[in-house]
Ligand binder design. Sequence first.
Ligand SMILES: Nc1ncnc2c1ncn2[C@@H]1O[C@H](COP(=O)(O)OP(=O)(O)OP(=O)(O)O)[C@@H](O)[C@H]1O
Length: 539
Amino acid sequence: MKPFDPRLVKEVPATRVPVVVLGVLGGLSGVAAISGAFAIAALVVALVRGHSLTGPAVAVVVVFVIRGLLSLLTEQVASWAATRISGALRHDYLRRMLAAPADERPDAARLMTVSTHGASAVEPYVARYLPSLVAAAVVPPLAVLCLLFVDWSSALIVVLTLPLLPVFAALIGRFTQDATEKRWKTQTRLSGHFLDVMRGLPTLVSYGRAEHQAEQVSAVGDRHRVATVRTLRIAFMSSAALELLATISVAIVAVWTGMRLAWDEMELGVALTAILLAPEAYWPIRRVGQEFHAAADGVEAIDSLLPSAPPDRWSCRADEERNRTRRNQGAADAGAARRALVLDGVRYRYPGTDNDVLDDVSFTVEPGLTALAGPSGCGKTTLLELLAGLRTPTAGTIERPTTHLVTQTPFIAPMSVRDNLLFGVSDTSRLDEAMSATGFERILGTLPVGLETALGDNGFGLSAGQRARLVLTRAWLSDADVLLVDEPTAHLDPEAADDVRDLIVDLAARRPVVVVSHDDELIDRADHTIRLAHRAVAR
Ligand SMILES: Nc1ncnc2c1ncn2[C@@H]1O[C@H](COP(=O)(O)OP(=O)(O)OP(=O)(O)O)[C@@H](O)[C@H]1O
């Protein structure tokens, strides 16, 4: 586990200013702490010798006020930097993940854990660990240098014992890494499991299996608890070890200077300054050790949040294919006013599987309605996702204009009907026209407050037919070149299915529509039909 990941500063520009400001503040705090040692020693000497206390007392007060102000400022800057940096990391991560093809994205549980807990775990890393790291880099050398001028033999003791702290910390850090990785994995598993149970709750309840799942969640939660306690145990033990080591080292300096003071070989002022300076060399490193455990999750999270290191063989090939697809798309952009959707020799295999779902698929999407038909599991939805650019072909090319995909479970957010209709739509002025074209205006009258009716998750509050019409109205408003629709009539009653069929045919009169369907009536009304077989070869 690296103490500091330089990629953070390189990849996230928002970290640069806070890291520099925290560095400067850390250096100034170190100088103030060392000045404090000198000022306190001078005050004690003045007190013992009966000299005037005014000068040293003022110096002590000034130094303490400055230290207080500096730590206040450091806290403020650190918390500001923490929110700024974790926000920037979360934003970049989500943007990157949303832009990535579906087959290169991590699963939903990992996505959720990394973007929520992960990004938040970066906050203690930035707010507490980074400032302590800067102080550890600046203050100990400064303290040793001052000690060298005050009393070289005490400086020698510090120089000999100081390196033991980072060595111990590094040894403990190796255990911490394993424990943190395990904790992180159990956290991801727990989130994923919980998410799946939540999604499937209605089904689980109807089959009477909800209780069993509660036990499962509790068992996974228990594993997470054990992993967390193990990490905490290591944190406490390592803090105690570092504390002990630093205390023994300072005690050696104190005994050594005390003895020489007793033998009259040393002045009181020099001895006191040496004793007060010695801890200043150790505490910053001790603090790094303490903060390291609080920040260990952040280090793990930063690794997941930043763009990953060298892509594996699979994604290299995928990148190559994507570049080729983009080049083709560029050529198509330059060549034609209206871009066609063209597949040439497309092969697709799901990552981690041994068989191609699609093999050598080639066709051009013509104007009008194109139906993709074929037996269940032959790869129709996969092909639609390839057309939408959500997946990258394993081989072959796709020239792709802009597309609008209506999936089998379209996204309907918990917001008003109006907001859902206009979700992702650039030209909002055509809403009325769209609603009249798709017949959605007839549905409006049945809703409590028309367009302003609030919907629940997944369109709760609308019937299946109304939901289908809503997402097709959204598709009507889209300015994409081609519409892609997956099983629009599935789960609809005959009357609603009839309406949706008419609507799909109407939509296809305006621009090419590709529809995946098992619905023979819809397939019959298509202008072109592409039939896929298992391991499809369509030409
Ligand atoms: N994420 C995945 N990982 C591995 N294999 C998958 C994945 N998703 C789908 N498959 C497999 O790919 C094949 C094609 O699936 P797809 O959903 O494209 O079929 P389909 O023709 O749309 O089926 P249906 O008509 O039942 O909706 C199936 O054999 C399925 O098991």
